[in-house]
Design a protein around this ligand. Structure first.
Ligand code: CTP
Length: 236
């Protein structure tokens, strides 16, 4: 199972970036729960930070009886880094869970001007205008590579009033098998109320609000359901 988690940081210069507030927590919990359940997991993890006073995110991989790790981690910073990792690793996975909060835009960098500035832009009282360019849609880009035996799961964070419509649109546009839709309020909350829309038309909802810790095992069961009996059997 290939899982992506966390934000992307898109550089403005060598020390500054534009990012987002994703903590990566959901993807990390999912990776650990999946490894515990017997999946061999590859976690592609973005530049996540831990708040002061809390221990660093535990990433000690559970091990199999032979002592080899079930969970390995590769780190990325930018959308381009993640794109490179996905191109290399997607062909070898059975399931991709795309929980990363990938930037939709990145600063367009004037390489010559940046070089002249020594890599770090000087403060200018007149202000700074940053032109943004669209990043590639990574999931949509994998559509052509996807084999029939592979399952791809996306995420959508949407305002409650257009949750279903937007999620279903992304499901089709990105060629996914299922999409996990969360309301915007999920970002700050300690619990999650999610709806999974499946390609075959099924809709699977959490039983109201569930804690973020309980959400990971719930989603793993849903992934087995989406893949059908064959998916669960193949792993044994
Ligand atoms: N995603 C991606 N590549 C991007 C942006 C998003 O692969 N450049 C993935 C996310 O990891 C997520 C899914 O697409 O699994 C939906 O992300 P979202 O930001 O909601 O979708 P967008 O296509 O960016 O749509 P919009 O921002 O217009 O709602």
């Amino acid at each position: 199972m290939l899982i992506t988690a966390g934000p992307t940081h898109e550089p403005i210069d060598s020390v500054r970036f534009i990012g987002n507030r994703s903590s990566g927590r959901l993807g990390i919990e999912l990776a650990q729960a999946a490894a515990k359940k017997g999946w061999r997991v590859r976690l592609l993890l973005g530049p996540v930070c831990t708040p002061l006073g809390t221990p660093p995110t535990p990433l000690t991989p559970p091990t199999t009886s032979k002592g080899d790790s079930r969970l390995s981690v590769a780190r990325f910073r930018t959308t381009a880094d993640l794109q490179g990792l996905l191109e290399a690793e997607f062909p070898t996975c059975d399931v991709l869970v795309m929980a990363a909060a990938v930037a939709d835009y990145r600063p367009k960098i004037d390489a010559d001007a940046l070089k002249k500035a020594g890599g770090k832009l000087k403060r200018d009282a007149a202000g700074l205008t940053i032109t943004m360019e669209a990043t590639p849609d990574l999931l949509a880009g994998l559509k052509g590579l996807k084999r029939a035996d592979q399952t791809t799961i996306g995420f959508a964070l949407e305002p409650a009033e257009r949750l279903e419509e937007s999620a279903k649109d992304k499901l089709v546009r990105k060629g996914l098998d299922a999409i996990v839709a969360n309301e915007l309020r999920t970002m700050e909350a300690s619990s999650i109320k999610a709806s999974v829309f499946v390609r075959d038309g099924r809709r699977i909802d959490t039983d109201g609000d569930v804690s973020k810790a309980k959400f990971a095992p719930w989603l793993l069961k849903v992934i087995d359901e989406v893949r059908g009996d064959e998916g669960a059997r193949k792993r044994k």
